[in-house]
Ligand binder design. Sequence first.
Ligand code: ZN
Length: 190
Amino acid sequence: MSIPCLKCGRLYTFDGKRCCNKYCRYGSDQKPKIDFKAVRHQRFLSDGGRKAIAVWVPAWYELDPPMLEVGLTAEFSFCRDVSQGLLGNEPLVFYTGLAGGQIDIAWGTIAAIHHADFGSIRTISARGLDYTIVLENGKQFIVNAEENPGQLYEQHEQEWTESALAISDWRFTVEFSALAEGEPAEPRST
Ligand SMILES: [Zn+2]
């Protein structure tokens, strides 16, 4: 039954009486679930945030933030106790699955990404076990994130070959044009 919900616009269940969106549930006798992430997003859109700088050091093995990209607005996770973070005096450290400790989450918009050896970066995709880094100038690198983490590959003509670029420090600096105040992540629900 492809009737769009009057309230949220998603499709009704097959009986045509209830909205199947668990965050809406129009027509159902069940209460809608609260979509905390959407609530925080709305608050970020209305209230904005402050400029901020955060450090990311890859933990590899798909433990990292899945996507960092200039212009991206998303919800990010940070280590609450930076002494449990990895390095330096920066006020914020991206949470990775290795960091442990408590997590604060905040919506933000990325303005720039820098690395000492790569320079200015446009996109870092850390989905899967080969990460992709695209520089501001368009040059792409693939980074192994499983068997030999940090091994870099770059494209020559059609072939991906090991890169000569040697990275001694994997710290990335991410600048936010706006970042909401961090708050504790709600308990994970299934
Ligand atoms: Zn609905």
